[in-house]
Design a protein around this ligand. Structure first.
Ligand code: CDV
Length: 321
């Protein structure tokens, strides 16, 4: 360990969820979340990460109108009466949480959203998913749909970082975790912990991706991103077979060293915990990833100037001898 850092411990829990079926109502789901929050607190956790779209089945797999989706799967406020037991339990236990859900705003805008809730059950941050995968048309020959581009707008809040009782926490959602920019924008705001929820179908409807790549690519992005950004990552999946549609598990807590310090075993509701040392990230930020000392943004301009890949830049080489 660095000579300059003292350990700063945070009790972190990741609450993986097994399937939520179409027939499951919000009350039943919230009961499961409350039970996992209680377990997390009993194991000394101060913060718990729940999945993306945690209150419902992963409904973008079904073709339906936007109006029907809103009626069945979206939340008009957070908290609301259905979710209040989770907020009440958080306040009673003094535990914060991250929760993903489908948001409809008062003016009718729809987002794939997550909130950051502190230990007094106050919503202190909101994130709206930026990297929306899938399509907006009806793929009649596909075994299921991935209609995030139909049901949600691209998030308009950017990648924020919040001071949660002294811990700098950033949020993202599912597909965001595959993009390096997601983490770097947050680590440049001094994030120490990045939390995220996901729903990753084992089957890729767009091309014949081997099922095990879904898990291996998930692992590799979390491990590499934690290391390259000197952050802790808590990632909570909703997994198992939702009405016959299988999604990967492998929820995990990853250290700034890139090591997985806790990982789910099953594809059902499961709480994993670790007492993480926030100072570990600081150690990396003082040395190999001392951003202020070593980064060269003038060499990274293409990252913000170009969206898709294009022609190589004119080469700049030293004059030949
Ligand atoms: N919900 C997601 O964003 N899922 C994507 C799938 C479609 C690849 C993911 O990155 O896990």
């Amino acid at each position: 360990m660095s000579k300059t850092s003292t350990r700063r411990k945070l009790g972190l829990a990741v609450a993986q969820m097994g399937p939520v079926h179409l027939a499951d109502d919000r009350a039943a789901v919230v009961k499961r979340l409350v039970a996992m929050m209680r377990e997390a607190a009993s194991r000394g956790s101060e913060f718990v990460v729940f999945p993306e779209l945690a209150l419902t089945t992963f409904f973008p797999r079904y073709w339906m109108s936007e109006a029907e989706a809103v009626e069945r799967f979206f939340e008009r406020s957070m908290p609301n009466a259905d979710v209040q037991p989770l907020f009440d339990t958080a306040r009673d236990l003094g535990i914060g949480f991250y929760l993903g859900y489908a948001e409809i705003t008062p003016d009718g805008r729809r987002f794939n959203t997550a909130v950051l809730v502190d230990r007094t059950a106050r919503v202190i941050g909101k994130y709206r998913k930026i990297h929306l995968p899938g399509h907006d048309d009806h793929k009649v020959d596909a075994p299921f749909q991935h209609l995030e581009k139909k049901f949600f707008e691209v998030g308009d809040l950017g990648f924020g970082v919040w001071d949660m009782e002294g811990t700098h926490v950033g949020m993202c959602l599912c597909n965001d975790r595959r993009w390096p920019e997601t983490y770097r924008v947050m680590s440049l705001q001094s994030a120490e912990l990045i939390v995220l929820g996901y729903n990753t179908p084992s089957l890729n409807i767009h091309w014949n991706e081997p099922a095990h790549w879904r898990t291996s690519t998930h692992e590799i992005v979390l491990q590499a991103s934690a290391y390259q950004n000197a952050v802790w990552i808590g990632a909570a999946g909703k997994c198992g077979s939702e009405d016959g549609h299988h999604m990967i598990g492998s929820s995990m807590i990853v250290a700034p060293s890139g090591e997985i310090v806790a990982r789910s075993t099953y594809e059902e509701d499961e709480v994993i915990t670790a007492h993480i040392d926030l100072a570990m990230g600081q150690t990396f930020r003082e040395h190999v990833f001392n951003f202020a000392k070593h980064r060269s943004p003038h060499h990274y301009r293409l990252i913000v100037e170009r969206t898709g890949a294009g022609e190589p830049l004119p080469t700049r080489q030293p004059d030949a001898d």
